[in-house]
Every structure is written in C-alpha cells, then in structure tokens.
Design a protein around this ligand. Structure first.
Ligand code: ARG
Ligand code: ASP
Length: 764
C-alpha cells in the first residue's frame, strides 16, 4: 500500500535497507514531510535548497519540456539537457535523407547553428500554492458531483482573477488526492528552444525496442537544447535576435558519479499514476483490460514487424510508429506480470480488510465510509464489460492508421454541421501538416492487413451488443471474410490517397464535407463510433464518474483512518520530487542485477549492421584505445545506473541529483519487472533507469568533439578532493569558436573542478 511507514526507531545498520523510495512529493511540503528522511539517507541539502520562492533553488533549473517530458538547465547560458526520445520529434523534423540528424547525430558549431523548433516550449515553475481552502469553499458532502464541480469551477475563476499575469505567465490549478485538495502553479514558458546537439541514434536509441524497459541497459538517451530569451532575459517568441537565457539556477555536473546506496533525487513532471485504487480496479486491469490492449497491439506489431524486416525503406518509415505502439504494449505486459507476481490484488485486499475493520470500530467513520468498499465492488462489476469494450474500441481505432485519420475528418464534418467556417478553417490548418507527415510514412497495404486483422478481433472479442449491427452486415456482404471486407473498403476510400485528400481539403467547406461523408471508410467509422458512444462510451462515463466520487471519499478515508502515515498525491503532470538510492535488484530466484552498466557492456551488445545494436566506428575505437579522458571510473566508462526513485511517464529527461545538488544522471526509463509502479510500487523490484552523466560528457567531449559545450558546463567533484575553481562560463561567442575550429582537431577540454557544491553551486 501507499502508506509509507515513517521508520522512527531503527538501528543504523538496518536503516539503509528500509527506505522505500516510494512517493512523488510536492516540492513545497518537502520540509514538513521529507527533509528529515532525505537527510538521514545522506542528503546534504535542505528542503529550501530544493524548492524556494525566495531564492534561486534547484527547482529553477527544472522545466516541463513541451508538456510531455522534463529537462534541466545545465549552464549559465540556458543549455538544456533532456532525453533523446524526448527530443526525437524535433531531431526528426530537422532530418532529411541528405542531412540525417537521427542517423548521424548533430552538434551545432556555435549558437548561430542551433536549430529553432516552432511550438516547443520550456515551462518553469515560479511558485506553488495550496489553494484547497478557497477552491473548496462552499462545497459540502451532501452535494452531487455536478453541483460540487460547478462551485469549484467558480472558485477557481475567482482565485485566478487575483493574479496579474505577464505575457508567457500562466496559472494552472489542479485537483490532488482525487479532488480532496487543490494546488496552484504559477508558470512562465519560454518558446524559443533550439536544438544544440544529439548523438546518433546508434547511441541515443541504442538497443531500441528490444532493450526498452529492460535492464541491463546501455542507451545514451540524451539530447541538448538551449532556451533563448528576448530583451531583459524575458520570454519571447522565436526571433533571430533572441539571446541565450540566463537561468536563476543551473545544475553543476558531478564527475564523481555514484556508487551503490548513494542518495539520489529526481525532480520532474510525472504524468499519471493511480496508487490508491481499490483491489477491484487492479483485478479488472490484470484480468480484462490489459490483456485486451496487449492482444490488439501484439497483432498490429507483428504485421508491421514482418514488413519492416523485409524492406529497409519500410523499416525507416515505420520505426518511430512501431516504437510508440511497442512502448506501452511492452509496458503493459511487464505491468500485468508484476502486479500478478507481487500479489498486488491480495495485498490491496488485505489492506481493505484492515481498513474496513478500523472503520467499523469508529462510529463516525463507519457512517461516512463503512459502505465504500461494497460500492466499489458494485460499480466495478458493472463497469467491467464496458471498460473492456471501450479499451478494445480505442485500440482498434488507434492501430488502424486510416481509421485514426478518418477520425480527424469527423472534426471537420462537425464544424461544418455547426456552420462554423472559422473553426473549420483553423482545424484544417492544423490538420494539413499532420496529414502531410502521415502520408510521407504511410503504406496502405500494411494498414489494410492490420484493418482486416483488428476488425476480426473487434467483431469476435467484443460483445455483439456493443457493436453496431450495420457494421456486421457490411462484413457479411463481403462473404463474411475480413480480408474481402478490408479490400473492399480500402479499394474505395479516398482517404488512403494523399493527392485526393489534399484536393478534397482544397474544396469549399460544404463540398469537402460532402465528399468526406460519401467515403465508405468514413461511413464505417461513423457507424461503429456513434454506436459505441451510445452503448459503451456514455454509460461507461456515468459509472466512471460515480467511481470518481467514491475514489475521492476513499482517498479522504485512507488519510483519516491511517493518520500516522505519509501520503503523496498521485502524479498529474505537476512538479514533483522523488528520492531514493542507487540500488541493483533481484528480479527472480538466483538472479542479481548490478546497479551500474559500463561501455564494455555496450560493446558486448554490438551487432554490426543491426538496426538496434549497431554502433558508430568512432565509439568502438574510443573503447579500444581506452580514450576516456576525465570521464572514466576505475578505467571504465559508466553508462547507465539504477535507483529506487519512484518515477513514471513524463519523468523522462528528469535530472538525477546527488546529495549536494549536482547532476549525476538523466532519468529515461524503468525496469520491466517494476513497470507496475504506477499502481503498486514495490521497493524490492521497482527501479528507475538513468544515463550516467559521465557517459553524456564522454559522448559530448570525446565522441562528438563538442568541447565548447563542456566549457559551458560546471563540472564538479563533490566526493573527491576539491581542486581549483573554474567559473562556469557564458556560451562561447560563435565567431571566436569558429576561429578555433578552423585550426583543426577539436581539442579535448581539460577541466579543473570547482569547490565542493552546495545546492546553490550553480546559482546565478
Ligand atoms: N520506455 C521509455 C518511456 O516510456 C522510453 C521510450 C522510448 N524508447 C523506445 N524505444 N520506444 O518513455
Ligand atoms: N520512459 C518514460 C518517459 O518517457 C519514463 C518512464 O515511464 O519511466 O517519461
């Protein structure tokens, strides 16, 4: 359960193994809830060093990167570090056959070569505030969900109105603990974020899908960007006149790295977790919904894989789509296995038994919460089939590319029906580049095969009462053959054809929608989608909103019934701190995994010419010559390491910070056995995976020869003897740097280390 024991009386010897690492904590409560534990685990900073509204603190170096990943500032000139897979779309968008940044890597030769990325933003948190009292003012337990929400919405408008916001500043107010508390985030976003450098995919994505979610890992999953600001260091839209941003704080980078049991802290924007669900929810996931989603993706992936292996051009077209479908497919398999093998349902049931017996002993709690578990049972019994049909349907649409595309056209038709030319135009404008990109990498024959296979699964595995009989009739008219059915629809639809699609979009609105509505694939989608909405979507949402109310009460009840335990709110894409220790693990009997991998292991996995395990020659020769500069430890280059930090999707790109506030790693993944941590964190097998910063520095310096970037950073040795101070420098003037470049070989940077760091080491 999520109830963290505050271990007060423990022998120092035992201590090291008792810290769970569970929890995604709100930065503003660290002092009250976590500081003591963090320091007893070895942290040398104070909570104020991590999060402060009064002075520069670690939080000022952390950004929400594009809203989906985390990144951190690592120089006084706005240099940003994030994952390769977080910057992937941008890297891909700057790539062409002749100038393939994905394949060859990219290192801007001075700031004038850094590449702008329209739409990409870096969002800083200025302050966080508990607004539970004003947000919930006037709300009573007797209200139904709708009444409650409308009062909260009004309150939120009121709270917002008190803030005077500058351009690029925003206020976000979100529910926490399933609606029992509300927090406000004041943010400022920078919209000029340029690509500075990336290793080739053979390093940044080494091991690709085979190694994804897997330990031991050998991926250099990083890329570098830079934030640019307008006059006075203020945020501004892209302009060639913008200057590198001067941060309030940036993270110094430790060359001393980590060893087993070292304290680590992860700062970032975890997306979504659900740690407090009742056992029924986990049961439903393990028994019903995960297997359905896995089966559909399994089928689609097998078909794509077959074509990718047979044809290099198709491999290139489908690699990124394959990776994104495979990512969660693989996660769900690990998650289901983990939930089963850790006995998550039984554990939840045991907790519920304890909960119920405590509640029963307390009359007022019995009155308020005594029937909660029964109600969950009832609601989950009735939502089961609907949740299954719903997941089946959305995975079906998601994995047939043409159905997904036709789904966009529904929005156009909707705007036309509403007579809203303006909305129609603006959606069309946004859709056009999406479509161009889609057709570039689209093979109708593969999609048709997937359509046939998934339609069969949908018709056979979803209860017929949830599927429109008209769709079934279409199938029967094709001799009850899914292949014929697919051939007939794909033979007639114009949606698969880029030129026809673009010509249709060029027509006046009414005519365009007329053409769209006459399309057989569009018609088929509408038939199944409208029926699905009525028979599955709406009733499911009704039950779900009742479950949401129960969840709010259950959450409140857990906090009241176990008053001595610390609770952390589920992830919701807001800023969190999680902390733990560097640790290996034992996934199964007789198997032990070390916490650290090395370059030797990269070389061991090398398969020349393989699309997942090929390596650049330069890296192999650096390894042969042991040309490691200042980045080796005991003669070896560290590559990735494990920690007990509790992370989830969105934490990718998060910094792993040492006891002193220096960067030691870059979070990018979790281990297979522990992907269930979104629902059931188990300290024995849940581990996050980080790239060791020494590998990043080694690649930037020795592999890429981009020593000007190293010069910008502040490298420290907090563990070994402090050496002479070298102040962090501003980004090198481009002209000056080019002059040096022209002289020839990139020089190896020779760094001297500044003093041991406190948290404000990189402060400005
Ligand atoms: N599993 C990691 C995460 O969920 C990395 C995903 C990117 N890598 C990949 N091979 N698909 O985002
Ligand atoms: N790979 C994930 C991300 O991109 C992190 C995780 O799920 O552990 O955010």
């Amino acid at each position: 359960m999520k109830r963290l024991l505050i271990v007060l009386i423990i022998t120092p010897l035992l201590q090291i193994n008792l810290f769970a690492g569970e929890g995604m904590w709100l930065p503003l409560f660290l002092q009250a809830l976590n500081e003591g534990e963090m320091q007893s685990m070895g942290m040398k900073m104070s909570a104020e060093d991590i999060y402060s509204v009064n002075k520069g603190s670690l939080k000022d170096a952390i950004v929400h990167f594009g809203g989906f990943c985390t990144a951190e500032v690592i120089s006084g000139s706005g240099l940003l570090l994030t994952n390769h897979h977080c910057g992937y779309r941008q890297i891909q968008s700057h790539s062409s056959v002749d100038n393939n940044l994905l394949k060859d890597g990219f290192w801007a030769d001075g700031t004038q070569e850094e590449l702008p990325n329209p739409g990409l933003f870096a969002k800083f948190i200025e302050s966080i505030e508990d607004v539970s009292i004003p947000a919930l003012a006037g709300v009573t337990e007797a209200m139904n969900a709708k009444e409650r929400q409308s009062i909260i919405d009004k309150n939120i408008v009121e709270i917002r109105s008190k803030y005077d916001l500058k351009e690029f500043e925003e206020i976000t107010i979100k529910p926490f603990f399933h609606g029992n508390q509300y927090f406000l985030f004041k943010t400022v976003s920078y919209y000029d974020v340029r690509l500075v450098g990336t290793p080739p995919e053979s390093i940044g994505k080494f091991g690709a899908d085979t190694d994804n979610w897997i330990w031991p890992r050998h991926t250099g999953d990083f890329s570098l960007f830079r934030i640019y600001a307008g006059p006075n260091n203020e945020p501004a839209a892209y302009s060639p006149d913008n200057k590198p941003y001067t941060p309030k704080h940036f993270l110094p980078i430790s060359l001393d790295g980590i060893t087993e049991d070292d304290f680590t802290l992860i700062f970032g924007f975890p997306g979504r977790t659900n740690e407090y669900l009742p056992s029924n929810a986990i049961e439903q996931m393990v028994e019903k919904t995960n297997p359905a989603k896995i089966a559909i993706r399994d089928k689609a992936l097998k078909i794509i894989d077959k074509y990718m292996r047979a044809d290099e051009a198709i491999r290139l077209q489908y690699a990124s789509k394959f990776a994104s479908v495979a990512n969660y497919w693989k996660k769900w398999i690990g998650e289901s296995q983990g939930l089963k093998s850790s006995g998550a349902v039984a554990k939840k049931k045991a907790f519920e038994k304890d909960f119920q017996s405590r509640v029963n002993k307390n009359p007022s709690q019995k009155e308020a919460y005594g029937d909660l578990l029964n109600q969950f049972e009832k609601e989950y019994n009735s939502i089961g089939d609907l949740a299954y049909a719903n997941d089946y349907f959305s995975e079906y649409i998601r994995n047939v590319e043409l159905l997904k595309t036709a789904n966009y056209l529904k929005t156009l038709a909707k705007n036309q029906k509403a007579g809203n030319q303006e909305k129609y135009n603006s959606f069309k404008k946004r859709l056009t580049p999406v479509l161009i990109k889609f057709y570039k990498d689209y093979q109708p024959s593969i999609d048709q095969e997937i359509f046939a296979a998934l339609s069969q699964m949908y018709f056979e595995n979803v209860d017929s009462k949830h599927i429109n009989p008209a769709a079934k009739e279409k199938l029967l008219r094709n001799g009850n053959s899914y292949e014929k059915f697919a051939a007939s629809i794909f033979g007639q639809t114009f949606i698969k054809d880029e030129s026809k699609m673009m010509a249709t979009l060029d027509l006046p609105m009414d005519e365009a929608v007329k053409t769209i509505e006459a399309d057989p694939l569009f018609q088929y989608l509408n038939e199944i989608a409208d029926y699905h909405k009525e028979k599955v979507g709406i009733p499911k949402n009704e039950i779900q909103s009742r479950i949401d109310v129960l969840m709010r009460k259950f959450m409140k009840a857990q906090m009241e019934v176990f008053p001595d335990e610390k609770f952390y709110p589920d992830a919701n894409s807001t800023m969190r701190v999680t902390y733990g220790q560097v640790k290996g693990y034992e996934p199964r009997d007789a198997v032990h995994y070390n916490a650290q991998t090395y370059l030797d292991g990269v070389i061991q996995k090398y398969v020349p010419g393989d699309y997942e395990f090929d390596l650049p020659k330069k890296l192999i020769s650096l390894h042969e010559q042991k040309d490691y500069g200042q980045y080796a430890q005991d003669g070896k280059i560290p590559v990735c390491f494990l920690g007990t930090n509790h992370t989830t999707g969105g934490n990718s790109g998060s910094p792993a910070i040492d006891a002193y506030g220096n960067l030691v790693g870059l979070n990018f993944d979790r281990v297979w056995e522990g992907t269930m941590s979104d629902f059931n964190y188990d300290p024995s097998i849940c581990r996050n995976i980080m790239v060791d910063t020494r590998y990043i520095l080694f690649i930037v310096d020795k592999f890429a020869g981009a020593s000007h970037l190293i010069d910008e950073m502040k490298l420290v040795r907090p563990k070994s003897a402090p050496v002479i101070s070298k102040p962090a420098t501003k980004v090198m003037d481009s002209k000056l740097k080019n002059k040096r470049r022209r002289k020839g070989v990139p020089r190896e940077s020779k760094h001297v280390m500044p003093e041991t760091q406190g948290a404000s080491g990189g402060g400005y």
